[in-house]
Design a protein around this ligand. Structure first.
Ligand code: FAD
Length: 533
């Protein structure tokens, strides 16, 4: 028999779990379906060596007091292992598992207009009917593995970082290749370089990795900090929002003297984390000359750490390969020093691309590399892949995948016309990758809880975005993108990492403004949406 629910949530990461907790509190009959084997979303999936979050404590956690009261992090930037421990703690405190089905992938969903309910099919054969259908599938649910010739013939082991086995994969004494130097690649390189017999790093474009400034945290220090957590989290979740203490200044890079600029950059660098990326001048991502000052500061910090000037030219070129910060700058601890070791080799894929895998390893246009293990740190079909891989049908029977074939279009990133009662959290055209994960999970979550309560109170059974509101939001995201340097880089933010994907900035790069849009729409009676009773 088909199960009946008020709300079905897909995905047990920060977003889905928060919504489950809150909707249950408000008396909704809600169930969560998760494809993976545990809670935590990306942190359950990304078990690669060195996985670590780049948002510092206490940004990357729920603001729920029962959860933070007895929880302590060992380090300022928690590891993936600690994040999985954290999600077990969340589950113990909030008792979420009772309403979650793991190892269950949603494969398809259609809207039954006569009943005003979604009909959901899963890979276990389970069918669920629900009034509201909320997709919390994250931006990184569909790993991208480039189509290298010969991969099937490779005699060693290979894994994508987001499909890393739960059992330990040995690194020590092995010949390891890492393809990709984004955030995950940097973290794997740091771990593998310390123990591998040989480590070959295949780089397409250099990452502008920033000093993490990691340190241990004591329980006493956190007890002291927790005295202000209520205010800190309230501040985090309201405009300008996103992170508790990383805010752009109200001045541009040329509003100060060169000496003052240097001092501001140095202070941000010393604080570590994302401060140097999003905590300095307000024109860094808008003005090329301003941007260059940040790049030059970064370059001059990094190059002296690399012994071989030829290697330094590939890792931290004298001229920016793209405007600083327009590709996600990962955080690093000793990434650049790794390349001074005899066992670590850098391969520049721009001049010598990978031609094929062989039984023994990888052949580029210039050389062969015998490898035991290859790590694909090649990222994701980001933002849209997790959604379009589900067969979601609109009221005309057209799939979301077809609707978005020429580019994404949505209302606030939350909703798509002709997909009534379907809501997307932390998806494309929301701030998502530009927003601290738990912040946006909670802000989106509260907005959705309010919406569902409003509909319950007013006896409304149907909500749909208007095509006009969708077009307006899509145009707005495009115009913000056009005024930003973000559109100049071939990044996954711009969908440029996936062959054939329409080039488009898929996240709204201004959390502050987005939070205000959300509040205004709600205050105006959910302007841009139509309801029916
Ligand atoms: P996710 O955590 O992605 O969870 C989505 C869940 O949906 C997954 O568990 C997936 O299995 C499930 N799912 C997908 N499709 C289906 C389906 N069809 N059926 C059933 N289940 C499905 N953010 C930051 O703010 N700071 C950081 O430093 C940071 N570091 C990151 C590092 C890595 C390696 C990655 C991948 C992401 C990082 N992020 C970071 C972003 C991170 O995605 C968010 O912070 C946050 O975890 C998003 O939570 P979510 O619940 O929205 O999505």
């Amino acid at each position: 028999m088909t199960e009946q629910r008020d709300v079905v949530i897909v995905g047990a990461g920060f977003s889905g779990l928060y919504l489950l907790y809150r909707l249950r509190q408000e008396g909704f009959d809600v169930h969560l379906v998760e494809a993976g084997s545990g809670l935590g979303g990306v942190w359950n999936a990304n078990r690669y060596p060195g996985a670590r979050v780049d948002s510092h404590v206490p940004n990357y956690e729920y603001s729920i007091e029962e959860v933070w009261r007895d929880w302590n992090w060992p380090e300022r930037f928690p590891s993936g292992v600690d994040l999985r421990r954290y999600f077990r703690h969340v589950d113990e405190v909030l008792g979420l598992s009772a309403d979650i089905s793991l190892d269950t992938r949603v494969e398809a969903a259609t809207f039954d207009e006569s009943q005003r309910r979604w009909h959901i099919s899963t890979d276990t054969g389970r069918q669920i009917d629900t009034r509201f259908f909320v997709l919390c599938t994250g931006f990184a649910s569909k790993p991208y593995v480039p189509d290298f010739p010969g991969l099937a013939e490779f005699g060693g082991e290979w894994y994508h970082t987001a499909r890393w086995p739960e059992d330990e994969v040995p690194l020590a004494g092995r010949r390891i290749g890492v393809i990709g130097t984004g955030a995950s690649g940097v973290q794997v390189v740091q771990e593998a370089s310390k123990v591998a017999r040989e480590l070959v790093v295949f780089q397409r474009s250099p990452v502008t990795a920033i000093a993490m400034q990691q340190r241990q945290l004591s329980v006493e220090e956190q007890a002291e900090a927790k005295k202000t957590y209520r205010e800190v989290f309230a501040h985090r979740n309201t405009p300008p929002g996103s992170m508790t203490d990383v805010l752009r200044l109200d001045i541009g890079a040329f509003d100060v003297t060169p000496e003052e600029r240097e001092r501001i950059y140095q202070a941000a660098w010393d604080k570590g984390g994302f401060h140097f990326w999003v905590g300095t001048f307000n024109d860094i991502l808008a003005d090329e000359a301003a941007n260059l000052t940040a790049y030059e500061f970064w370059r001059d910090k990094v190059r002296p750490r690399i012994d071989d000037p030829a290697v330094a030219d590939f890792l931290a070129p004298m001229s920016p390969p793209y405007p600083f910060g327009t590709k996600r700058p990962s955080l690093e601890q000793d990434y650049y020093e790794a390349f001074n070791q005899d066992n670590v080799h850098l391969v520049d894929l721009r001049s010598t691309p990978i031609e094929r895998f062989t039984n023994a390893g990888i052949e580029t246009s210039a050389a062969s590399f015998d490898l035991d293990l290859v790590v694909f740190a090649t990222g994701f079909d980001a933002n849209t892949g997790g959604l379009t891989q589900i067969d979601l049908r609109d009221t005309d029977g057209v799939s979301l995948s077809d609707r978005w074939a020429g580019g994404v279009s949505s209302n606030l990133g939350l909703s798509v016309s002709k997909f009534p009662n379907m809501i997307i959290m932390y998806g494309p055209q929301s701030p998502t990758a530009f927003c601290n994960g738990p912040t946006c999970a909670e802000v989106h979550g509260e907005w959705i809880v309010d919406l569902f309560e409003h509909m319950r109170d007013e006896h409304l059974t149907r909500i749909e975005s208007t095509p006009e509101a969708e077009q307006q939001w899509t145009d707005h995201v495009a115009s913000v993108a056009a005024s930003s340097l973000l559109s100049k880089a071939d990044s996954w933010y711009m969908s440029a990492n996936i062959p054939g994907k329409p080039r488009q900035l898929l996240n709204f790069p201004a959390t502050d403004s987005y939070l205000r849009h959300l509040a205004r729409r709600q205050a105006n009676g959910y302007e841009g949406f139509v309801f029916a009773s």
